[in-house]
Design a protein. Structure first.
Length: 136
């Protein structure tokens, strides 16, 4: 029990803890942050600001103390939670999903596409795309 009690305080909770690997503004870490930022903006075409907010929180939190980093993270989360994108996603993905699945907003005069459903078992994203291409 005494051994477990001695390990309660983690290294990052001790006063004066420094991140391993040097300063976050070094060339090594700077290229990491730039690469992740450009990759995330390419994937969502900057329509969603969540990846940028996460990286901003990590970057700022690495330069400051843990308590200040947590405050920054809380502010970023609050900003994202009340953003128009989050409100639209919550409304669509949780409240309106039943109506969307039932095609309630679809005009009655427009006929359905009538596409057959193909199923590929055990396929990932690339295999599913190949199966769809092979069908057409």
């Amino acid at each position: 029990m005494a051994e477990g009690a001695a390990n309660i305080v983690k290294p990052w909770d001790k006063k004066g803890f420094r991140l391993p690997g040097g300063n976050v503004q070094s060339r090594r870490h700077g290229s990491l942050f730039m690469g992740v930022g450009s990759r995330s903006s390419r994937q969502d075409r900057r329509a969603l600001s969540r990846a940028a907010a996460i990286m901003e929180s990590v970057y700022d939190g690495c330069m400051l103390t843990s308590d200040t980093g947590l405050k920054i993270e809380n502010r970023q989360f609050a900003r994202l939670a009340v953003s128009p994108q989050a409100q639209n996603m919550i409304r669509t993905l949780f409240y309106a999903i039943g109506d969307a699945n039932k095609l309630i907003g679809r005009p009655a005069a427009v006929p359905g596409a009538g596409l057959p459903e193909d199923r590929v078992l055990g396929a990932g994203m690339m295999a599913r795309d190949r199966a769809c291409l092979g069908r057409s």
